[in-house]
Write a protein that binds this ligand. Sequence first.
Ligand code: PLP
Length: 394
Amino acid sequence: MISREVEENLKKSSWIRKMFVEGAELKAIHGENNVYDYSIGNPYFEPPKKVVAKLREIVNSDELGTHKYMDNAGFPDVRQKVAEDINKDIIEPISHEHVMMTVGAAGGMNVVMRTILDPGQEVIIIAPYFAEYIFYIKNNNGVPVEVSTDPATFEPDLEALEAKITDKTRAIIINTPNNPTGVIYSEASLKALAAIVAKKEAEIGHEIFVISDEPYKAIIYDNMKAPNVHNIFKNSLIVNSYSKSLGLAGERIGYIAMNSKIEDTNMLMSGFSFANRTLGFVNAPALWQRVIADSLDDSVDIKEYEKRRDVLYNHLKSIGFEMVKPDGAFYLFPKAMIEDDVAFVMEAKKYNLLLVPGSGFGYPGYFRISYCVDMEMIERSLPAFTKLAESYKN
Ligand code: PLP
């Protein structure tokens, strides 16, 4: 009925979805309040009031042509506003000509892959990674190549990364703040990566794109900042969305913003537009382009996510879990108390805790907690974490 490849992929089915489904089953047995579901990264907070007000205003408008096809790259005025938003901390400014509106970050990633990859070309991904990257690459005839991070910091292992670059390497995906670790890659580490990329580009004679997948860029704590990658790399592509920052995950709106230093930005934009059209997206949703254009300074309440991080991080630390303290996003990635992360996550289920094994992110031995959840659920779940930890101390 379906292709062998898709059938194979279905068998490997996402751990996140699997735990989410198991959560629903446990809730039916034990009751909603007695199951602690940390499986999925669905933004907890409703979009800001201003976003909803703008949406209402546009829906009520009688302006003609609002619902028609448009340039595949999106409305030029919206793209210009997005460019200006990115320019706030940029050295060499970009304009609407460098920005394409997309169907979320996922749509943007597929457009990028479709545009830059010839069959068999390689894309480096840095574990732990968002597992969908593998499919975004394979969907578009590329080959994912994994490199690891230092577990003490979750910064990329740059020596290993350099060793993996060959003449087939077309791109490197970075994701900072990171899903699943919450870590922001340091500026020093990104600059060291830029030096490696520049050296290798000269050796192999073609660009290596650095694709910076940034849906968590607005969700950052402790007054930290994630650097603007366009200041660090030459051939960089920012892929971003408003799924997490404005709580609009179901509405599917995001963008690709290319570095103005890229050699032929016109050709690249033509490629993106072609890919957006022929992958079937055609263009990003018109209504949501209009809404976000007026909401670029807005975000959900980041402090609320920070409170959740602090309660969980402090409690888990106090009961013996090893972790790197996240700088952003809404995930924690502690070390499992046994080597087998899948067995650990299964054990946690006995305490009605739904966690996702690190294996689902290419990083066994760890597990992910997605804390974009109700604060009261977090408070109720703390004794369950304590019992789970105690079960490994005997
Ligand atoms: N990239 C990362 C790292 C993510 O965590 C997600 C969603 O969870 C996406 C991309 C996809 O984002 P969007 O919903 O905007 O397509």
